[in-house]
Every structure is written in structure tokens, then in C-alpha cells.
Design a protein around this ligand. Structure first.
Ligand code: 3PG
Ligand code: CO
Length: 555
């Protein structure tokens, strides 16, 4: 029968302290002026690279290697940390929704049947990120859902859009809204009363994560549920074009707006008897809204009105909280993660990041599950992030504080695994500010240095890797790899992640002499890291985990 007990590794000892560092958004790309990692001074990471090929290598962090639908899908933190923590590749939300829409199964499930009961007398509201980024949501899935729901009886539909500019180019929101407007017009021709009701930029409205700033969710609530916002427009295309004219405006940070009719009345507040679907498949930035929509007891902000609705998520976002309780597509069943194995095998774990990435090394790492497996074996520390700022103004973020916590945890010898996420290259990379991103990369490298030093002091082992690319390429490129220019001749800044591979480096005084990277897993990806780390803890990985990246040669 099944057992959590892992076999001892035949060659590697137990009891070494492992420092496990995930650099967020740190890929490997050609050195050039748009590669902030290359430009920045990064002596710690440079020295690790000198260990190639035995102690440093690249792994895949995008596409099918992390459970995404196609090789054109860039990596992201959700799928990256899922793979790192779970040691296997699971078909992810993006893919599962594609399949459910293609087969029509999405309309047969409990979730759809639940919301459908409101179609006769209520309005169907769809809330989510409007882009083709494929990280949190996809426009084509929304289009299919609109069609499918209207064919199945939804007579009145309101869409609440969140503009992107973070997983896609800034400025692309106009085109996405035009496409959506077009679809809604076609539905209206068929007699469905379908309109955009509200909107706003994803970083300003609704899509906060890990409870960093509830005001973000409140701004969305006011617009979506109460029909109130500082800006009122007759159409969403007009809204976005106008709001983008403000100095320094961008898609990510557009203020909230509502669409009003000729009498100035909001066209789509959410009221009793309505159905609501949050169409994002990715969890982190939907959990807070899901709580506001679902929980009777709620004290994070004044909801003013708490409508009696039928609410379903595109997926269930939190497997531990079972939130939301209704959903259209079942999430990937990410079970038996490495974290859960390790607590059953005597490994004491410390995990830390700052708020904006805290759930990455806990929630995502543990298969989209909040909380501890065994509290007496684990400690998770969250360092509060600065809120209400764009991180290009504070590119060092809390890297130093994270590294200090990790250092102290390592030196305390109370933990066998000390795991951190260093957010800088990702969070600052997403702002598109190249100068600031260079500062960010150096700050992350300084943090790596501090952790490596601590590992040195305790005779431990380090594993340094990343979840996906970002800061190593800050320009949109054509198929040939040349930078793309906009109509004014300026380069198009790439705020999003990339398709690049990421490094994995191993070392430290505790690493047994014969350990080196194998040559026979050239296609290795992030999912291969979990077995590797288990081995370094002196344990064999479960048989169905992706193979380890290391071998032990006698010398
Ligand atoms: C975000 O949510 O900030 C971006 O869409 C993706 O970034 P992450 O995958 O690095 O969190
Ligand atoms: Co990112």
C-alpha cells in the first residue's frame, strides 16, 4: 500500500542543511543591452555559473515542461512553483479549461448547472483579466464561455474587465476590449443583452494577491458590485482610450471605471439573484475576490451590499479552503507534493518571502494548498511587502530582509530545508523599467550571496534556481529575435515573462564529492528539481516523480 516513507538514498547522507533559493523571473538569455541580468553586477550568480556543466545547468520553465498547453506559453510563477514543489508535471488550469471548453464538459459540470439556475431571472456576470497572456486567463476562453452560456440560456450578460499590460504588451488592452465589444455586439444581434459593465487595470482593481492590499479588491467591488467608480463612461473602449491619456497611465494601473447608460446609471451592478463567474483560472490573484463574493463573515472592507448570488470560479482556487465552493472546471489534482513527503520523513522546513511572493513558496509550492502540512515541522515567514507602489521605485524590495531571515534560519540549525523566493527580477521586470530592473537583479544577487555564506558556515548544501524568465529580456522581439519598434521608432518594452530556460546550481561544503549533474536528462525542467532536492536530503524520490538531475560518481 501507499506509504509516505521514502527510502534512504544509497549514496547520499541525511542531515545536511539545504538552502533552496528561487529567483523569481531570472532566465538565461543572450547577453545584450536588454538583458538586465547580464548588465547588472551579479558576482554570486556568476560564480555559480562557473560550475557548469557539473554544478550548474539550465532547465525548461515554460510550455509543456510545466503543464501549459503549448510551447508558445511562457512560464509563470504558479506553474513554475507547482512543478518545483510537486516534482511532476500536471496539466494546468489553462489546459484544463481548454479541454473542458472543447469537449463541452464545462457545461455539464456542477458549477455551470449551479449558476445556470440564475439565467432565467438574473444577470450572468463574468469578471476577469482580459488578454491573451495565458497566465491568469485567456480571451479566447472568455469568448467561448460567452457563446456557450448564451446558447444555454443566459439572456443578460455583463462583463467586468481587468486590463493587463503585464503578461502582454502595455497598450494592448484597447485591442482586447475592441475584440470583446465585437463579440458582445454579435450576441446583442442574437437578442442577448450583453455589455461590458466595468473595468480597471489589474494592479489597481481586483487582482491583488496574498492580502497585500485589500483596497485593490475594494475598488473592484465598488465598481463591479455597487456600480460605483470615480470614472464613468458610455463605452469601455472610450474609457480605456481616455484613461490611457493621463500622464504615465498604463494598462496595469488604469483606475476603476463603470459603464453608464444615457441617464448616467451603471449598466451592470451585481444584485440579488445574479450569477457571477470569475474567469481567471489562476488562483493567487482571484482568492481575495472569491472570499469577498463567497464569505458571509467578511471584515476586510465594507462591502456595503452583499448580494445573494450564485458564484462559481473558473477553477477552485484554494484546495484547502475549498474556495470557491462552486467552480466550472476541476483544478489539477496536485497531490503528494515534496513538502508533504518531507514532513513525513523528518525534514524540518522553513519557507520565506515577502507578501507579494509569499504564497509562491508556500501555497503554490504545496500544490495550491494554504496552510501547513505539519505545523511542528514547518515554519513559514512572510515579510510584509510595501503596498501601493510600483516596484521600480523600490527595486531592492525586501530581498535583504528575506536573506537575513534565511540566514538566521540556516544558522539556527533548526531546519533541514530553508526555502526562499527572491522577487526582485520579476516584480521590477514587470514594470518595464530597465534601469530599475538592473538594480533589482543586483539586489537579488546580494541576497543569494548572504544565503550562500550562511550555507558555508553550517557545512550545508545550496540549490539555486528560478521559476521562469523575465529580467533577462526586456524587449519584445520578432520571430528572428530582433527587437520590435513601435510606430514612433521606440523599442517595445517587454513587461511579461519569457520562454527562456532557467539555471539550477548546486554546491556548498555539504555536497558529497561525487555529486554532479547527469548528462542524460538534457530536456530536464523545473519538475526535475524536487527529486534532486530529496536526494540531497539523503532520500530517494517517489518512483513517479520526474527523474533527479544529479548522479553520484565514485572518486
Ligand atoms: C503576476 O501575477 O504578477 C503576473 O501575471 C505573473 O507573474 P508571476 O507568475 O511571476 O507571479
Ligand atoms: Co512574474
Amino acid at each position: 500500500g501507499f506509504s509516505w516513507k521514502l527510502n534512504d538514498h544509497p549514496k547520499l547522507p541525511k542531515g545536511k542543511i539545504i538552502g533552496l533559493v528561487v529567483l523569481d523571473g531570472w532566465g538565461e538569455a543572450k547577453p545584450n543591452q536588454y538583458n538586465c541580468i547580464h548588465i547588472a553586477e551579479t558576482p554570486a550568480m556568476d560564480s555559480l555559473k562557473m560550475g557548469a556543466p557539473e554544478k550548474w545547468r539550465l532547465v525548461k520553465a515554460h510550455g509543456k515542461a510545466v503543464g501549459l498547453p503549448t510551447e508558445d506559453d511562457m512560464g509563470n510563477s504558479e506553474v513554475g512553483h507547482n512543478a518545483l514543489g510537486a516534482g511532476r508535471i500536471f496539466a494546468q488550469g489553462a489546459k484544463l479549461v481548454d479541454l473542458a471548453l472543447a469537449s463541452g464538459k464545462i457545461y455539464e459540470g456542477e458549477g455551470f448547472n449551479y449558476i445556470k439556475e440564475s439565467f432565467e431571472t438574473g444577470t450572468l456576470h463574468l469578471i476577469g483579466l482580459l488578454s491573451d497572456g495565458g497566465v491568469h486567463s485567456r480571451l479566447d476562453q472568455l469568448q467561448l464561455l460567452l457563446k456557450g452560456a448564451s446558447e444555454r440560456g443566459a439572456k443578460r450578460i455583463r462583463v467586468h474587465v481587468l486590463t493587463d499590460g503585464r503578461d502582454v504588451l502595455d497598450g494592448s488592452s484597447v485591442g482586447f476590449v475592441e475584440t470583446l465589444e465585437n463579440d458582445l455586439a454579435k450576441l446583442r444581434e442574437k437578442g442577448v443583452d450583453a455589455q461590458i459593465a466595468s473595468g480597471g487595470g489589474r494592479m489597481q482593481v481586483t487582482m491583488d494577491r496574498y492580502e497585500n492590499d485589500w483596497d485593490v479588491v475594494k475598488r473592484g467591488w465598488d465598481a463591479q458590485v455597487l456600480g460605483e467608480a470615480p470614472h464613468k463612461f458610455k463605452s469601455a473602449v472610450e474609457a480605456i482610450k481616455k484613461l490611457r491619456e493621463a500622464p504615465n497611465a498604463n494598462d496595469q494601473y488604469l483606475p476603476p471605471f463603470v459603464i453608464v447608460d444615457d441617464n448616467g446609471k451603471a449598466v451592470g451592478p451585481i444584485v440579488d439573484g445574479d450569477a457571477v463567474v470569475t474567469v481567471n483560472f489562476r488562483a493567487d490573484r482571484m482568492v481575495m475576490l472569491a472570499k469577498a463574493l463567497e464569505y458571509d463573515d467578511f471584515d476586510k472592507f465594507d462591502r456595503v451590499r452583499f448580494p445573494k448570488i450564485r458564484y462559481a470560479g473558473m477553477l477552485q482556487y484554494d484546495g484547502e479552503l475549498k474556495l470557491p465552493s462552486h467552480y466550472l472546471v476541476s483544478p489539477p489534482e496536485i497531490d503528494r507534493t515534496s513538502g508533504e513527503y518531507l514532513v513525513h520523513n523528518g525534514i524540518r522546513t522553513f519557507a520565506c518571502s515577502e507578501t507579494v511572493k509569499f504564497g509562491h513558496v508556500t501555497f503554490f509550492w504545496n500544490g495550491n494548498r494554504s496552510g501547513y502540512f505539519k505545523q511542528e515541522m514547518e515554519e513559514y515567514v512572510e515579510i510584509p511587502s510595501d503596498s501601493g507602489i510600483t516596484f521600480n521605485v523600490q527595486p531592492k524590495m525586501k530581498a535583504l530582509e528575506i536573506a537575513e531571515k534565511a540566514r538566521d534560519a540556516i544558522l539556527s540549525r533548526k531546519f533541514d530545508q530553508v526555502r526562499v523566493n527572491l522577487p526582485n527580477s520579476d516584480m521590477v521586470g514587470h514594470t518595464g523599467d530597465i534601469e530599475a530592473t538592473i538594480v533589482a537583479c543586483k539586489a537579488a544577487d546580494d541576497a543569494v550571496k548572504m544565503i550562500l555564506d550562511a550555507i558555508d558556515q553550517v557545512g550545508g548544501i545550496y540549490v539555486v534556481t528560478a521559476d521562469h524568465g523575465n529580467a533577462e529580456d526586456m524587449v519584445k522581439r520578432n520571430k528572428k529575435g530582433e527587437p520590435l519598434l513601435d510606430k514612433n521608432g521606440n523599442i517595445q518594452i517587454l513587461t511579461s515573462h519569457t520562454l527562456e530556460p532557467v539555471p539550477v546550481a548546486i554546491g556548498g561544503p555539504g555536497l558529497a564529492p561525487g555529486v554532479r549533474f547527469r548528462k542524460d536528462v538534457p530536456e530536464g525542467g523545473l519538475a526535475n528539481v524536487a527529486a534532486t532536492v530529496m536526494n540531497l536530503h539523503g532520500l530517494e524520490a517517489p518512483a513517479d516523480y520526474e527523474p533527479t538531475l544529479i548522479e553520484v560518481v565514485d572518486n
